[in-house]
Design a protein around this ligand. Structure first.
Ligand code: NAD
Length: 489
């Protein structure tokens, strides 16, 4: 561990109290260069380490992370604000990625074709890229780094993590666990920093690939800059996830799902539901059912047992979310539940934290900013449409396309939705369809820039490059010159 040399720092808060708890150093260009040099040196030895030994380190890390879940969950909650069980759940989903990467000997098995031509064998292998970097958002300070680093490291790369400066401690905890698991120094490096560090990583010639997760404008600009600099890039952006409720849906199930997916982690999830599209005459009942459930949610400090929803990440973000609610109301949306009103959720009003309570807006239309923008807060907008076709047209016209869900009892309608909808991850009666670790995660359109989705098989493909070997062992006595282009025979 080394202190930063820039002299610049960023404050870290406990969002539930609003109090500053730490300062984090922000890396200078020289700090980045040092981290990359150390990673480059480590990458050589690590790629030469056998698959079984790499796998053993992965299994060791998996056990340490599993055993440290409660400790790490407290660290996450203290800086992010989400409730403890949610912090533990993100670690659990991250662990799935580590478990997948434990199987690296199987994942990197190549193909072999004996006698592809007479006396000629052809085989394919996948090799690591070298030094790769991950730039991650505040909202999953353990899971998103694990989406990236588990596969990157197992595949034989050295991984540099530039976490969010808003909740920097989880990444340092992960670094300690990697070290305890026996990972050689320099194979996993945490570089605390901001735009200065990111810009240097994007231009550094020894960084071969960039994985990014964050907001759409930054994702787009990172994709453009890093590809221009010749790097492989996957850049995941923001979201506006629609939940389509057909008239035949079970209302209780749909309302439970809408409340869970809209307000869990205070809406600060890229797979949160932020729009409920009510089809036909179900709308009044759906809005009532959601509204009835909201007062039962306990809003407060995520570290307190029994809390359902914690605060937002910063005071600025709280004000921004409140501003969207105000703009929605001014533009004609109907406030069914106003999360700016602390009296509805009295538990949180005196604490001084960065709270906005669960908010439900009805009668939202597609031109309102509460519909067009990725708010990233506990605000659920209800859009009423007449038919399934109108609903699909609405969802497919949205520039974000991360996740979506349909609620129905009609299997044929669900299958049609899966066929029609232009979104990368689809749930059928599942509000947050985050794929398991052996599939890959990624949206379409403005929710992902790049060709590969993250983790799973596409993660392994992203962090390796293919090589095909054509080999023969002919009898030198039969050798002759042949200027023709080689053909199979
Ligand atoms: P952000 O875009 O502000 O920051 C993400 C990362 O980029 C951080 O590490 C940050 O330090 C860095 N960064 C910020 N500004 C930068 C700049 N100008 N130049 C270079 N680097 C910069 O995102 P956030 O607020 O930390 O996270 C929330 C966002 O992430 C939301 O938009 C959410 O939808 C998105 N997100 C997407 C997914 C997904 O899988 N698609 C998953 C989680 C979060």
């Amino acid at each position: 561990m080394a202190d930063g040399t820039s002299g610049r720092t960023s404050p870290v808060f406990n969002p539930a109290t609003g109090l500053q708890t730490a300062d984090v150093d922000l890396a200078s260009v020289a700090d980045v260069d040092r981290a990359v040099a150390s990673a480059k040196a480590a990458a050589e030895g690590w790629r030469a380490t056998s698959l079984s030994r790499r796998s053993a380190v992965m299994f060791g890390f998996r056990q340490l992370l599993h055993d440290a879940t409660d400790e790490l969950a407290k660290i996450i909650t203290a800086e992010h604000g989400k409730v403890l069980i949610d912090s533990a759940a993100e670690i659990g989903r991250g662990l799935e990625n580590v478990e997948y990467a434990c199987g690296v000997p199987e994942l990197l098995k190549g193909g072999f074709s004996e006698q592809a031509s007479t006396g000629v064998d052809v085989y394919s292998i996948r090799q690591p890229l070298g030094v790769v970097a991950g730039i991650t958002p505040f909202n999953f300070p353990a899971m998103v780094p694990l989406w990236m680093c588990a596969n990157a490291i197992a595949c034989g790369n050295a991984f540099i993590l530039k976490p969010s400066e808003k909740d920097p401690s989880a990444s340092l905890f992960l670094a300690e666990l990697w070290q305890k698991a026996g990972l050689p120094d320099g194979v996993f490096t945490v570089l605390q920093g901001d735009k200065v560090a990111v810009d240097r990583l994007l231009e550094h010639p020894d960084v071969k690939a960039i994985s990014f997760v964050g907001s759409t404008p930054i994702a787009k600009s990172i994709y453009e800059t890093a590809t221009k600099n010749g790097k492989r890039v996957q850049a995941l952006g923001g979201a506006k996830n629609h939940m389509l409720v057909l008239p035949d849906a079970d209302l209780g199930l749909a309302a439970d799902a809408a409340v869970s997916a809209a307000y869990g982690a205070a809406g600060e999830r890229c797979m949160a539901i932020s729009v409920a599209v009510a089809v036909g005459d179900i709308a009044d009942d759906l809005v009532d059912a959601i509204a009835q459930r909201i007062p039962k949610l306990k809003v407060g400090d995520g570290a307190e047992p029994g809390t359902d929803m914690g605060p937002l990440i910063t005071a600025q973000h709280r004000d921004k979310v409140a501003g969207y609610i105000a703009a929605g109301v001014e533009s004609g949306a109907k406030v069914v539940v106003d999360g700016r009103d602390g009296t509805v959720h009295g538990a949180f009003s005196p604490s001084g934290g960065f709270f906005v309570g669960p908010t439900l807006l009805d009668g939202v239309t597609p031109e309102l900013s509460v519909y067009t923008d990725a708010i990233f807060g506990p605000v659920l907008a209800v859009v009423r449409v007449g038919t399934y076709d109108e609903a699909i047209a609405l969802i497919n016209a949205n520039p974000f396309a991360n996740g979506t869900a349909i609620f129905t009892r009609d299997g044929g309608a669900a299958r049609q939705f899966q066929f029609d909808v232009e979104v990368g991850m689809v749930g059928i009666n599942v509000p947050i369809p985050t794929p398991v670790a052996y599939y890959s995660f990624g949206g379409w359109k403005n929710s992902l820039f790049g060709d590969t989705h993250m983790y799973g098989p596409e993660g392994v493909a992203f962090y390796t490059r293919g090589k095909v070997v054509t080999s023969r062992w002919p009898d030198p006595a039969t050798s002759k010159i042949d200027l023709g282009f080689p053909t199979t025979r």
